[in-house]
Write a protein that binds this ligand. Structure first.
Ligand code: KG4
Ligand code: ZN
Length: 383
């Protein structure tokens, strides 16, 4: 099989991404235009602004990806684009652009599920380093929009996914973002909490996770396969209660203003505006989140007797999660793989990589491709 180069396009949320990937493995370019500055004043992604920013960025980002790969439109073999899940307006920008490119260049178009993209981000690097993976692989996709566990299987060029757990309410990244916003730390919250947590005492505040509160939640009904669901809205409310009980609101208002004045705060700026109690709170919150993610993921690995674990999505960039999960997995005889931190968050290289097996299988889409904001990945055994 000669080398195949795929131009991937990703616009599902607040990053405009374009990348050229050779044969599903080798990243020739991976350009991401972040919209963080646009959404920061609102403390979260504003869908209309996201669409507008994608419109502005898509052409320069695609051109840059081709230039960095030393390619032109004619020399790529296929165009791949994220079909969903994501924000409808944001997805439509990438899809319209990709369809126009594929049509005018007479190249095949491949539609990719964003979640499958996150899973393939791990593979992208993994395939370069080692050959054999033990299937099925357990994949934890943990991001701002998702906390999902899949069993992934590969047969030749065909990948199949089975969902064995998902969040019942907030995604883990959403909980990081909401808690950071609540504490006046701005958006996105995950990277800030990640940086601040090592400076606090993770045992200072005891938070209960859904697992402890609802021990029956994951117990199967008779005849059903067990599920490994998550729930993170409770911990966010618990942080809010703590803030209220401890009278932290005035300090939070002052912190928010101070950080806004600073513009682009550095790690030192964040540390300067956080007192000991806030650092302890942040560390305790992160520890609880990670303990829950690790416990449920490894329980699922044990139940399904898997030996390979992929962890991907924005929250997979978290240092404490990477260290804790790797250590705990090893003790259980499971090999845990993470993408590099840059490939953990949204990017188009993962979309081009996930498109490669579909390209080989000639799984192409036509001009009637439309955005699927609620697109699911694979099937489930029980609801
Ligand atoms: O995968 P991603 O870029 O976009 C979605 O598909 O959602 O994930 C973004 C999410 C945000 O919630 C962000 O706060 C979180 O990932 N995140 C992190 C870290 N970096 C990004 N959460 C914890 N620690 C991090 N280092
Ligand atoms: Zn994502």
């Amino acid at each position: 099989m000669p080398d195949t180069t795929i131009l991937g396009i990703e616009t599902s949320c607040d990053e405009t991404g374009a990348a050229v990937v050779r044969s599903g493995r080798e990243i020739l370019s991976n350009v991401v235009a972040s919209q963080i500055a646009t959404h920061q004043p609102y403390g979260g992604v504003v869908p209309e602004l996201a669409s507008r920013e994608h419109l502005r960025a898509i052409l320069p980002v695609v051109r840059q990806a081709l230039a960095e790969a030393r390619m032109d439109y004619e020399s790529v073999d296929a165009i791949a684009v994220t079909q969903g899940p994501g924000l409808i307006g944001a997805l439509l920008v990438g899809i319209s652009f990709a369809k126009a490119l594929a049509f005018s260049l007479e190249k095949p178009l491949v539609a990719v599920n964003h979640l499958e993209g996150h899973i393939h981000a791990v593979l992208l690097e993994q395939q370069r380093e080692s050959g054999e993976l033990q299937f099925p692989v357990l994949a934890l996709v943990v991001s701002g929009g998702h906390t999902h566990l899949y069993l992934a299987r590969r047969e030749q060029n065909s990948w199949t996914y089975e969902n064995i757990g998902h969040t019942r309410d907030d995604a883990a990244g959403e909980a990081f973002d909401k808690v950071a916003k609540l504490l006046g730390l701005g958006y996105p919250g995950g990277p800030v909490i990640d940086r601040l947590a090592p400076h606090g005492n993770p045992a200072a505040v005891k938070f209960q996770t859904s697992h402890l509160k609802n021990p029956d939640r994951n117990r199967p009904q008779s005849g059903d396969e067990p599920r490994f669901d998550f729930s993170y809205s409770g911990i966010k409310t618990a942080v809010l209660r703590y803030v209220e009980t401890r009278g932290l609101a005035p300090a939070i208002v002052a912190r928010r203003q101070e950080l806004l004045k600073t513009g682009k705060p550095s790690a030192e700026d964040y540390l300067r505006v956080c007192d000991r109690e806030t650092l302890d709170l942040v560390a305790s919150f992160q520890r609880s989140m990670i303990e829950d993610l690790v416990a449920k993921t490894l329980a699922a690995a044990n139940e399904y007797d898997v030996q390979t674990l992929f962890v991907s999505g924005g929250v997979a960039a978290n240092q404490e999660l990477r260290a804790t999960l790797s250590r705990a997995a090893e003790l259980q005889g499971v090999r845990a793989f993470f993408p590099s931190r840059a490939l953990s968050t949204d990017n188009a290289a993962m979309i081009a990589a996930a498109a490669y097996p579909k390209f080989l299988a000639k799984d192409f889409v036509l001009a009637d491709l439309s955005a699927e904001p609620g697109l699911a990945l694979g099937g489930t055994r029980s609801a």
